[in-house]
Design a protein around this ligand. Structure first.
Ligand code: ADP
Ligand code: MG
Length: 434
C-alpha cells in the first residue's frame, strides 16, 4: 500500500460499455465495467490482448467517450480530455526532431508554464528519471529504455493526479524494463512525484504483482472485469518470497479458471471404461516455443494451415504441438483457426518458474498423468519400477506405443517437477504429495 492512501475516490467508471464497428457488424469491446480508483492506489489492469484494456484507458483519460455509462473524476462527469490524467504509451511517443530537453520542455510549455521557470523544471524532471547528461541527445540516439524514460519525464511534467500507463515496459528488453520498473516504484513509493494514483495496463502477471496494490483481472469476448485481487505486500517486493508466489498463483488460477470452451476430449485413465488418449510426442521446450511464437503474431486468431510456413516448422510436428497445447488448455482450435487462451498467453509471458507451475497444474488434469501419480502415491516409497508401469500401459496402447507414452509421461512429469526418474534403478518417483 502506498503511504498516502486516503480512501478518496479519484475516478469512477459506472456501467461503461464500448461498442465498435467491425465491417458491417458492431461488437461489444467492453461490457458493463464498474471500477473505482482511490487516491494512493497503484492499480494494475490485467488481461489477454483484445479484452479492452487500452479502450478503458482512453475512456478514463477522456480521449474517447464510451458508448454507454458514466466516467466520474472526483465525482464530476468527464467531458472531453481529462486534464488530471495522462497516458504513457508503450511506443515512446517522442518528437524525433526534438532533443530530450526539448521533448520534456514542450510538455511544460503546453501546460502554460512560463519560460523563466521551465528550464529548471525540465532539468529536474530529466534528473529524476535518471537521464542527466542526455539533455541534448535526440530520440534516435537513445536506447528503448532511455526513450521510455523521456516518455515518463514528459508524463510527469504534466503532473497528472492519475498516471495511466499502457503496457509501458512491454516494448523494452528485459533489463531495461526491470530497471525502469524499479525506478518508477522508487518515485511512487518515495513520494517523488505529485501523482495521486497509478493505473497500469499489463498482460504480465509477475509485473502486476510486483508493482500494484490491487489487480483488476479482465477477460475478453466481451471485454469485462472478472475478478479483483488485493496484493497487500510491502515494497520493495521479493519475487521469490512465498507470499509473492501465493499472489501470483491466485491470479494464475483466476486466468486459468476463465471459461474457455472445453471442447477437448481428454479421454479416461487406464483401467477405466473408454479410450485412454495418448499424449502427443513433443517436448515442453518445443511447446513453449510454439506458444511464444503465437503470442508474437499480430493477429489473435491464426489460420492453422498457414502456421508451418509462418513459423518455419514441419507440419506433422506442428500438429503434435498444437494437440499438446490444446490438451493442456493453452490454445483453442476452431474451424481451422488457432487462438491462444488467456492461460496460453500468460504462459508465454511467464518466467521459467511460473511456467513450471502452470504446466504442472495443467498436466495434473490429464487422465494418464493423474493415473500415474495415483499409482505412485499408493506405492511403497511412492516409487514404481519402470517395467511395472510399462506392463500396465501395454494393454492400453497399440504395440510399441506404450513405451513412447511412458517416455512422454516421464519427460513431462519431470519438467513439471511432479515426478522424478532414476535411470540406474529404472525407478519412477512421485516428487510432491498429491
Ligand atoms: P487491449 O488493449 O486489451 O488489447 P483494445 O482496447 O485495444 O484491447 O481492443 C479491444 C477490442 O476492440 C479488440 O477486439 C480491438 O480489435 C477492438 N478495437 C479497439 N479499438 C478499436 C477501434 N477504434 N475500432 C474498432 N475496433 C477497435
Ligand atoms: Mg492495448
Amino acid at each position: 500500500m502506498a503511504i498516502n492512501h486516503t480512501y478518496n475516490a479519484l475516478l469512477k467508471l459506472r456501467h461503461v460499455q464500448q461498442t465498435y464497428a467491425s465491417g458491417q457488424r458492431r461488437f461489444t469491446a467492453v461490457q458493463d465495467v464498474n471500477l473505482t480508483i482511490y487516491e494512493g492506489e497503484f492499480v494494475a489492469l490485467l488481461g489477454p490482448s483484445g479484452c479492452g484494456k487500452s479502450t478503458l484507458l482512453r475512456i478514463i483519460t477522456g480521449l474517447q467517450r464510451p458508448s454507454k455509462g458514466t466516467v466520474l473524476y472526483r465525482e464530476q462527469p468527464v467531458n472531453g480530455v481529462n486534464p488530471h490524467a495522462t497516458i504513457v504509451f508503450q511506443s515512446f511517443a517522442l518528437f524525433p526532431w526534438l532533443s530530450v530537453f526539448e521533448n520534456v520542455d514542450l510538455a511544460l510549455k503546453a501546460r502554460g508554464i512560463p519560460s523563466n521557470v521551465r528550464a529548471a523544471r525540465t532539468t529536474d524532471l530529466i534528473d529524476r528519471v535518471g537521464l542527466n547528461g542526455f539533455e541534448t541527445a535526440y530520440p534516435r540516439e537513445l536506447s528503448g529504455g532511455m526513450r521510455q524514460k523521456v516518455g515518463f519525464a514528459r508524463a510527469m511534467a504534466v503532473e497528472p493526479e492519475l498516471l495511466c500507463l499502457d503496457e509501458p515496459f512491454s516494448a523494452l528488453d528485459v533489463l531495461s524494463a526491470e530497471s525502469l520498473r524499479s525506478e518508477l516504484m522508487e518515485l511512487w513509493t518515495g513520494g517523488g512525484i505529485p501523482t495521486k494514483a497509478i493505473l497500469m495496463v499489463s498482460h504480465n502477471i509477475e509485473e502486476a504483482v510486483f508493482m500494484a496494490d490491487r489487480i483488476v483481472v479482465m477477460d475478453k469476448e466481451p471485454g469485462r472485469i472478472v475478478a479483483e485481487v488485493k496484493v497487500g505486500l510491502q515494497h520493495p517486493r521479493q519475487r521469490k518470497s512465498e507470499a509473492f508466489q501465493k499472489v501470483m498463483d491466485r491470479v494464475y488460477s483466476i486466468l486459468a479458471g476463465q471459461t474457455e470452451p472445453e471442447t477437448i476430449e481428454l479421454g479416461v485413465a487406464p483401467g477405466e471404461q473408454g479410450r485412454t488418449r495418448s499424449l502427443p510426442n513433443v517436448t515442453i521446450t518445443d511447446l513453449a516455443g510454439l506458444l511464444e511464437q503465437l503470442s508474437e503474431l499480430p493477429e489473435n486468431r491464426f489460420d492453422i494451415y498457414r502456421l508451418p510456413h509462418e513459423l518455419g516448422v514441419n507440419s506433422d510436428h506442428l500438429l503434435s504441438l498444437t494437440e499438446a497445447a490444446e490438451i493442456l488448455g493453452f490454445v483453442y482450435v476452431e474451424k481451422g483457426d488457432i487462438t491462444l487462451t488467456s492461460l496460453g498467453e500468460t504462459f508465454a509471458e511467464a518466467s521459467i518458474q511460473a511456467r513450471k507451475e502452470i504446466f504442472a497444474a495443467r498436466i495434473r488434469r490429464v487422465p494418464l498423468m493423474r493415473w500415474l501419480m495415483t499409482m505412485l502415491n499408493n506405492s511403497e516409497n511412492r516409487a514404481l519400477n519402470w517395467d511395472i508401469i510399462y506392463d500396465a500401459l501395454e494393454s492400453e496402447f497399440p504395440e510399441g506405443d506404450a513405451e513412447k507414452q511412458l517416455d512422454i509421461l516421464i519427460d513431462w512429469g519431470r519438467h513439471a517437477e511432479l515426478i522424478s526418474y532414476n535411470d540406474d534403478k529404472a525407478l519412477v518417483y512421485l516428487k510432491t504429495p498429491s
